[in-house]
Design a protein around this ligand. Sequence first.
Ligand code: SAJ
Length: 462
Amino acid sequence: MLSRKVKDLHQRASSKRAGVARQNRNMRMVVVGSGYVGLPTAALFADAGFQVTALDIKPEIVKDINEGIVKTHEPGLDELVLRNVRAGRLKGMSEIDADLGSTNAFVICVQTPTDKLKRPDLSFLDGALQMIGTNVKKERIVVLGSTVPPQTMLRLVKPRLELLSGLKAGSDFYLAYAPERIAPGKALEEFVRGPRLVGGIEPNSARIVAKLFRTVCKRVLETDALTAEVAKLVENTFRDVNIAFANQLALICEQLGVDVLEAIRLANTHPRVNVHMPGPGVGGPCLPKDPYLLLSSVEYVGYDLVKVARQINDFMPKHVVKLVLQAFIDASKDVRTSKIAILGTAYKANVDDPRLSPAAYIIDQLKRLRAEVVVYDPHCDESFGAKRGSSLLEVAKGADCLVVITDHTEFKSLNLQEIKRLMKSKPIIIDGRRIVDCQTAENLGFSYYGIGLGHMRSQEYA
Ligand code: SAJ
C-alpha cells in the first residue's frame, strides 16, 4: 500500500507527469544495480517516461522486477514498479543479456562496502565501469550514485571510462557524481523531495545531469564531482559522530545516575543544540562504513574524531551485553540456563533491513554465553542464527529477559502485564532504545535496565 505522503506526492506529480513523460519517451536509461537504491531510481525514472532497463547480477532480482514483485519493504515501490513494468517502461535484465549500445544515460547504483580492514572495496564499481565502458558513446550521460571515497570520480571513474570508450569525458560524453541520499523506508519520498546533489566532472556535465535529475527530483544542487563526493560523506559522518556523542553521554549518565534522555531533551531546547539519540549500536549499510570512506582518502591528519566516534558506536552492542550480564547477576540468575528474547533484528525502526544490525553481535555473544536466544521481528526475517518466533508473546513465553534492539512501532506499546505473566519469575527488560516505560515496568515487577539510564532502581525515581 502507498503511504498517504507518497500517494499525495504521486497525485500532485501525475498531471505534470503526462507532459514530462511524453518528452522523455525516447530516452533510454540503464540503471546498473537494482537493490535498495537502484530499483527506486529505475522505477522513478520509468514513471517520468524514460525507457528504463534495471540491471542486476542476481537473476532472482531480475525475475522479480519483470513480474512486478518487490520484496523489500519500501512504501509505494511495489505499486510503482508494477505500474511501469505493465506500461512497458521498466524491465529487469541480467548484465550478460543486456544490449547497452543504444543507451542514452547510465546510472550506476552498486554497493561500495568496506573490507575487514575497513578499506573501501570498489570491486562492484569496477565491474560496472568495465561493463558499460565500451558502450559509452558520444553525447551519452554517465552518472555515479553510489557512495565513494573522495577522488574516485577523478582517479577511477573518469580515466576508466575514457580508456574503455576512447572518448573524452566532458567534451564527448557527460559525467557526474550524484550521490543517493535516500534512507530505507522513505526512499521514494526522499528521492523526489530531498535536494539532489549533482557534481559534474566539469560544469557542462553538471548542467546536463542536473537537467536529467530535474525530471524526477524537486530540487537539484549543482557542484563539482569532488565536492559532491565529500558532501555525501559529510552527511553520514556527521550523523555517526553525533550519535557517538549521544552514546558517550549515555555511558556517562549511567554512571552519574542521570537519565540521558532527559538531559538530551533539555539540552536540545537550546536553539543551537541538536544531539541525536543513543542506542544499542549504529547499523545499516551506510553509517558504519561511510566515515571510513572519508578517512581512506587522506593521510592521517593528526586527530581522529571520526574514528573514535566509530569505535564508540561499535562499543554499544558490547555495552548491551554487559547490561544483560549485570541484570542477571543482580537477579541471581544464571545466563547459561536462561532464555533471552531479542526484540528486533532490523538495524532501525520499521524497516526489514538487517544489514550490520547491532543485533548480530548481541545474539552471537549471548549464544556464546550459552543462553537460549529467541528473536522476534515483525518486519525482518533475519534471525542471526537464533530461533525465530512468530509473535512477541511466543518469544516472551518462558523467557528470563527481553532485550529491545529495534525501535519498531509495534514495540512501543508492549502489553507489559501480559508479557510479565508469560515470562519466568524475576523478569528482566534490557531496553536498548528506551521505548519501554521504565516506571511501569518496575511497578509491574520487572527489573528494568535502559541505555543511558542503567538500572532503574539505582535512580531516584522510586
Ligand atoms: N541511530 C541512532 N540514533 C539516532 C539515529 C539513528 O542510534 O539518533 C541508528 C539507527 O538506529 C541505525 C543507524 O543509526 O542503526 C543508522 O540509521 P539512520 O537512520 O541514521 O541512517 P540510514 O543508514 O538508514 O540512512 C542514512 C541517511 N543519512 C543521513 O541521515 C545523514 C540517509 O539519508 C542516507 O541516504 C543513507 O544513510 C545512505 O544511503 O547513505
